[in-house]
Design a protein. Structure first.
Length: 114
């Protein structure tokens, strides 16, 4: 199974979510993370043997999701796509340096059985 975290704006939130999913220590926030659009980044394997990826998109999220599920069908791979858009915007970025944001991500991962 492949788990793909998709997001649009805030690279660090996606990186943090992936590392929390893997139960690892995320990189320090002060480093500037700029990931390329539409390039999948392999982050690692979780404890259940699922591959975790990040994918940044620019527009047309619905088309991207359909393409990813279509590729999964072609290659007989089960996919779980997690949209991190609820963590984007001004307010979550403002909270980014505080523990509330990390706690919200941890709760999101736990609630979705990831």
């Amino acid at each position: 199974m492949k788990i793909i975290y998709i997001y649009r704006k805030w690279d660090y939130a996606a990186i943090l979510a992936a590392y929390l999913h893997l139960k690892g220590n995320p990189p320090h926030k002060t480093v500037d993370y700029t990931l390329k659009i539409m390039k999948p980044y392999y982050i690692g394997l979780d404890e259940k043997g699922r591959e975790v990826y990040l994918l940044k998109y620019k527009a047309k999220k619905e088309i991207l999701v359909n393409i990813l599920y279509g590729l999964g069908d072609i290659f007989n791979e089960e996919m779980k796509i997690i949209d991190l858009s609820k963590f984007e915007g001004i307010f979550p970025r403002f909270l980014g340096c505080k523990t509330n944001f990390r706690k919200a991500l941890e709760d999101f991962i736990y609630e979705n059985n990831l």
